[in-house]
Design a protein around this ligand. Structure first.
Ligand code: GDP
Length: 485
């Protein structure tokens, strides 16, 4: 244990020296310090600008966070409909997750988006503590808290914030109830996948000028809306400095913000040590089936697609079904050990792979071991243990050398981005058949913004934000989606 701690401090000093501030308590969040022991060193280094920005953010959060005088005076403003703006007060963005139904991948990509928005607009980000966030993630900022206190006047209203709510930004715009002379004390931003034309105006530069003055923003989202922030000219100027490598936003911010709690980290490290640590190479395969199925898993064409992809891209060795390689018996010492980590709600895909590599020799002599940590059967996002397993599995996948992920799955996006991996994406099957090609390399490790605004800032609908600048392109797995490259 001592060795591990010493080692972790050394690596921390070399690798993460400046991403994390020194004044955090190591024992309360082991993952923050030990992650670098389980991952290859990231080739992507955060810019000096990003590091300074995070340090300034931490100071701001400490000055404005719960329990401070500044927080109290900002909270008092919530008692008024409008506020006068003197420009030097603390401003907040509260990130609210719906209490049921939202998958963890969606939650994580929207939290990272909201945090970037907070960084860009000098707000502090708070989160809703009614969900299981504290069971999943460590407090990210030193000497303060990111949870909205339970006695906040916003607390009672959170459930009633919906699109009909009188302070919903899109609804106010539609009803011409917002202007640049009166500043509301709070605004609700609806940024879910089914948001409307007026909600989408959030992504317009001139609207941001008004929104920027509002002390409290309450936002609900399930999207990775970062690419659209890059299309707001004044944000773009700041973003280029923060992220000279544009496709590293999720990688850096998720690793900074979303550290699993000790309990989740224990699940990660036990699984890693037992099943992955001794392998020469690690491949992660994330299987997420969105299509309606009538037969029990494994679904044949999905299994065929996994095998076709992993063999075509030489991620896994072929097997010799004729027995002609049976003589290739390798000794324990010489044979290369390849560990495959499968994540899926059902066990059929990993069992099939396991049987395939047990029943037949590989053509290369490699030994393939297959591990699946959980089989939860169906999505149970309201259960704490279920979400902990989900997070542990995303992180384990991110520790692989290569990953294969399922099209359109935010679960897979998180693993890819945290790992700094350009994954192989299993394209969506059409008519229950294996697509040709079965998979393709991601154009970047960033998540896809599935539903970018189509309502342009000029008030016309049908805007294509995937061809405005070279670094925001349409996603490989969602033609209408956009991503940073
Ligand atoms: P998406 O729906 O694929 O975009 O990913 P989300 O993470 O947003 O939602 C899917 C949810 O289903 C996850 O958060 C989990 O609750 C559950 N789930 C799906 N696949 C798996 C899996 O392989 N392992 C575990 N533990 N849960 C899964």
């Amino acid at each position: 244990c001592l060795v591990l701690v010493q080692q972790s401090s050394t690596i921390f000093n070399h690798h993460n020296k400046s991403v994390f501030t020194a004044d955090l308590d190591e024992d309360s969040c082991l993952s923050r310090y030990q992650s670098s022991l389980y991952r290859k060193t990231s080739p992507y280094k955060p810019s000096q600008h990003l590091i300074s920005k995070l340090r300034r953010y931490e100071k701001l959060h400490k000055r404005c966070g719960p329990g401070t005088e500044a927080y109290k005076s900002a909270t008092e403003k919530l008692g008024h409909n409008h506020v006068s703006n003197s420009g030097d007060e603390c401003r907040y963005v509260l990130c609210v997750s719906p209490l049921s139904g939202l998958g963890l991948g969606n939650r994580m990509i929207s939290m990272v988006s909201m945090f970037l928005y907070a960084l860009l607009t000098e707000r502090i980000m708070l989160v809703d503590q009614r969900s299981d966030t504290s069971d999943l993630f460590c407090e990210p900022f030193p000497g303060t808290s990111w949870f909205l206190p339970l006695d906040s006047p916003l607390m009672d209203q959170l459930n009633s914030f919906n699109r009909e709510y009188s302070r919903c930004y899109g609804t106010m715009l539609k009803n011409h109830c917002i202007n640049s002379t009166t500043v509301p004390s709070h605004l609700y931003l609806y940024l879910f996948h089914d948001y409307g034309d007026h909600d989408q105006m959030f992504f317009c530069e001139y609207k941001q000028m008004i929104i920027g003055k509002v002390p409290w923003l309450v936002a609900k989202s399930n999207q990775y809306f970062v690419p659209s922030l890059w299309l707001i000219p004044s944000f773009q100027t700041k973003l280029i400095k923060l992220f000279p490598q544009k496709d590293t936003v999720f990688h850096h911010l998720s690793r900074y913000l979303l550290h699993p709690t000790n309990q989740v980290w224990g699940m990660v490290t036990r699984s890693y040590t037992a099943y992955l640590s001794r392998a020469d190479e690690r491949l992660g395969i994330q299987v997420r089936v969105f299509e309606e199925v009538t037969s029990p898993p494994p679904i044949k064409h999905v299994m065929d697609q996994i095998v076709a992809c992993t063999q075509r891209e030489k991620l896994l060795p072929e097997v010799d079904t004729q027995g002609s390689h049976e003589q290739v018996t390798t000794t324990e010492k010489t044979s290369k050990l390849k560990a495959v980590l499968v994540t899926s709600l059902t066990s059929g895909y990993s069992e099939s792979l396991k049987s395939m590599y047990w029943e037949h020799p590989t053509s290369t002599g490699e030994v393939v071991v297959v591990h699946q940590p959980s089989q939860e059967a169906y999505q149970q996002s309201d259960k704490k243990l279920h979400n902990k397993k989900t997070l542990a599995e995303m992180i384990l996948l991110s520790m692989a050398d290569e990953v294969v992920i399922s099209a359109s799955s935010t679960f897979g996006y998180v693993a890819q981005g945290m790992g700094g991996l350009k994954s192989w994406i299993l394209y969506e099957p059409v008519n229950h058949t294996v697509p040709d090609p079965p998979c393709g390399r991601a154009i970047s490790m960033e998540p896809c913004f599935h539903v970018p605004p189509v309502y342009g800032c000029n008030g016309k609908t049908g805007t294509n934000t995937g061809n405005m600048v070279p670094f925001v392109r349409h996603c490989e797995d969602r033609f209408l989606g956009i991503k940073l490259v």
